[in-house]
Design a protein around this ligand. Structure first.
Ligand code: FUB
Length: 510
C-alpha cells in the first residue's frame, strides 16, 4: 500500500530488489512481506489471506494490524488485492489481526483472525476481496469460552473447515501438546456451539490446519522449535476426535526461522501447500524475523493416504492457465517484479506504483496465439513527466523488444488515461516483461493493460502514444475517464479483425 511513512523503506528495499534473482514459487508476491497464509478456493481461484508483515517494525515485534489478500487462477501470476481488513478501523475492539482463515458460506465470506494471541475474532464480507468488517462486538473465542483455555495457551491461529454434512468447525490454539482445540460453529458462522474440545497433538506449537480427502480428516500444524518448526500431521475418521500422529507433511522451509505457518488446499484436482519463509528479507539483507514472504508447493497424497513430505523448490509449479493478453489484465497481477510497489487505484482495485527507472514486472505464460498481438494499451497515471514502457519477451533485459511505449505526465497519480502503441507482432506463448525506463523521479503508475490482435493495427514499429497520452481523463469509478471508449473501440476492432480472419479462413477451406 502506498504509505508515505514507509516510502523511504520501500525505495531502500527496491534498490536491493533490483538485483534479486527470480524465484517462481517462492517468493510469491515478492513486493510485499506477507505471512501466515490461510487459503480459500472460490470459483476456480485460490485466495491467500495473510498477516501483513509490512505493518510490523523492522527491528522487532509482530504488530500486524491488517490482512492482505493475493489470489491466482494459474498459480504463477498473483493478483494483489491489497488490505482487505484492518483493525481497529474494521473491528474497533481489536488491536491486532494475525494469521487469518477465510471460508465462504451462505453467499458471504467469513474471516477469522487472531487478536494477537489473546482471542479470535470474526469479520464478514460479501466479496472474497473484502472489505471485511467485524461481525461481532468482541472476540468469538476468548479465555472464557468453555473449554478454550489451557496452560500458557495462545488463543490464535484459527483454521476453519466446513464438512460435507454442513457442520463447520474452528481449530485453534498454540504453545503445548494439550493446547490444540476444535469447536463447532453454528450455521451463521459467527457464533459457536458447545464447548471447545481438546486434541492431543505431539509437539504442538501453532498454525492449525484441517483438510479432508477421501473421508480422512488431516490435522496439520507447526511443531515447536525443539522439533524443528516442521509441519507435522495427524489423521482421523472424525473431525473432532481419534486423531493419530502420522509424521511430517513439510520440513522447515529454506530461508526460514522463528516460526512456520501453512495452509493446504485443492485446486483443479491437485493439492498444494502454501507457507511463508524469509527469503526476500534474507536476499535484501534486512532483519528477517518480522519480514516474511509467501511460497507454494505441490502436496502429494500417497496411495495409502499418507502425505509425501514437501520438497521445497523455487520453480516447481506448472502454470494452470495461460494469460489471455486480449482481455483486460490488471497491472497488479504478475509473477515476479523488481523494485515496484502496489497501492490503491481510484478506478477500483489496485495499481502498480513506485515505478522508477529500471524496475519491471513479469507476467508469466502469456498466449499471444498464432495471429499475434499488434497493439498495446495501458491505463496509466503520472504526476511527473512519465517515462517509457519497454515490452520484452522472456527476459527483462535481453529478451526481444516488441514495443516501446511512451507515457507522458497525466497531472496526478490518480489521473488515469489510456496510452496505446503499436508493437511488432508477437505470437505464441511467452513471459511478458514490462520494463520501465526514464528519469530519476517516479515515472508512472499502472492500472491495467491489454493487447489488440495484430490484424487490428498491423505489424508496425513501436511508436509514440496514439491515444490520450497527454490528456488526463476524468477519474473515478471502475470505468471512468476516457478508457471505456478506447477499450470499446479496441474491442470492436478486435472482433472485426477476428471476423475477417474467420471469413478468410472459411474461404480457404476446401
Ligand atoms: O504471525 C504471528 C504468528 O507467528 C502467527 O500467529 C503464528 O502462526 C506465527 O506464524
Amino acid at each position: 500500500m502506498k504509505n508515505s511513512s514507509v516510502l523511504p523503506l520501500v525505495l531502500w528495499f527496491a534498490s536491493f530488489a533490483t538485483f534479486l534473482p527470480l524465484r517462481a514459487d517462492y517468493p510469491i508476491a515478492s513486493h510485499r512481506h506477507l505471512a501466515d497464509p490461510g487459503s480459500l478456493v472460490h470459483e476456480g481461484r485460490v485466495y491467500l489471506y495473510c498477516s501483513n508483515d509490512n505493518d510490523s517494525p523492522l527491528g522487532g515485534g509482530y504488530a500486524m494490524q491488517s490482512i492482505v489478500c493475493v489470489s491466482s487462477r494459474d498459480l504463477k501470476n498473483w493478483t494483489d488485492h491489497g488490505e482487505i481488513f484492518r483493525v481497529p478501523v474494521n473491528a474497533s475492539w481489536a488491536t491486532y489481526s494475525w494469521a487469518p482463515a477465510v471460508i465462504a458460506r451462505n453467499g458471504h465470506f467469513y474471516l477469522y483472525f487472531g487478536n494477537g494471541g489473546s482471542g479470535i475474532g470474526v469479520a464478514t464480507s460479501a466479496s472474497p476481496t473484502g472489505p471485511f468488517t467485524a461481525a461481532t462486538g468482541g472476540t468469538l473465542i476468548n479465555a472464557s469460552t468453555p473449554g478454550a483455555s489451557g496452560p500458557n495457551m495462545w488463543l490464535f491461529d484459527p483454521a476453519v473447515f466446513l464438512d460435507d454434512d454442513g457442520q463447520a468447525y474452528l481449530y485453534f490454539g498454540g504453545n503445548g501438546d494439550a493446547n490444540a482445540r476444535v469447536i463447532k460453529l453454528n450455521s451463521d458462522m459467527i457464533s459457536v456451539s458447545g464447548p471447545a474440545l481438546a486434541m492431543t497433538v505431539p509437539n504442538f506449537f501453532e498454525a492449525s490446519w484441517l483438510h479432508k480427502r477421501n473421508g480422512v480428516y488431516y490435522f496439520s500444524y507447526s511443531t515447536n522449535p525443539a522439533n524443528g518448526l516442521r509441519i507435522d500431521y495427524l489423521t482421523s475418521s472424525s473431525p473432532t476426535s481419534g486423531f493419530v500422529y502420522r509424521g511430517i507433511a513439510a520440513g522447515q522451509p529454506p530461508s526460514n526461522n522463528n516460526n512456520n505457518h501453512h495452509a493446504i488446499f485443492s485446486l483443479n484436482g491437485s493439492w498444494y501447500h502454501a507457507y511463508h519463509n524469509r527469503y526476500v528479507a534474507t536476499q535484501a539483507g534486512i532483519a528477517t524475523t518480522y519480514r516474511r514472504n509467501l511460497g507454494l508447493e505441490r502436496l502429494e497424497h500417497n496411495g495409502d493416504g499418507t502425505l509425501q513430505p514437501i520438497t521445497y523448490a523455487t520453480n516447481s509449479l506448472t502454470q494452470l492457465l495461460s494469460v489471455d493478453p486480449f482481455t483486460r489484465n490488471e497491472a497488479e497481477a504478475f509473477n515476479a517484479q523488481s523494485g515496484i510497489a502496489t497501492g490503491t487505484c481510484s478506478e477500483g482495485g489496485m495499481a502498480i506504483t513506485e515505478v522508477t527507472n529500471g524496475t519491471w514486472i513479469k507476467v508469466a505464460g502469456v498466449d499471444f496465439g498464432s495471429t499475434g498481438a499488434g497493439k498495446f494499451n495501458v491505463r496509466v497515471a503520472s504526476a511527473t513527466s512519465g517515462g517509457i514502457i519497454e515490452l520484452r519477451l522472456d527476459n527483462h533485459s535481453t529478451g526481444p523488444l516488441i514495443g516501446t511505449c511512451s507515457v507522458a505526465g497525466t497531472g496526478g497519480w490518480q489521473t488515469w488515461t489510456t496510452v496505446s502503441c503499436a508493437i511488432t507482432v508477437a505470437t505464441g506463448v511467452h513471459d511478458l516483461f514490462l520494463k520501465f525506463t526514464g528519469g530519476s523521479s517516479p515515472l508512472m503508475s499502472l492500472n491495467s493493460w491489454q493487447f489488440d490482435p495484430s490484424s487490428s493495427s498491423g505489424p508496425t514499429a513501436p511508436s509514440s502514444p496514439s491515444t490520450g497520452s497527454n490528456t488526463p481523463a476524468a477519474s473515478g469509478g471502475s470505468s471512468g475517464g476516457g478508457a471505456p471508449s478506447l477499450w470499446f473501440i479496441s474491442t470492436l476492432c478486435a472482433i472485426s479483425g477476428l471476423r475477417i480472419l474467420v471469413r478468410k479462413r472459411l474461404r480457404s477451406l476446401p
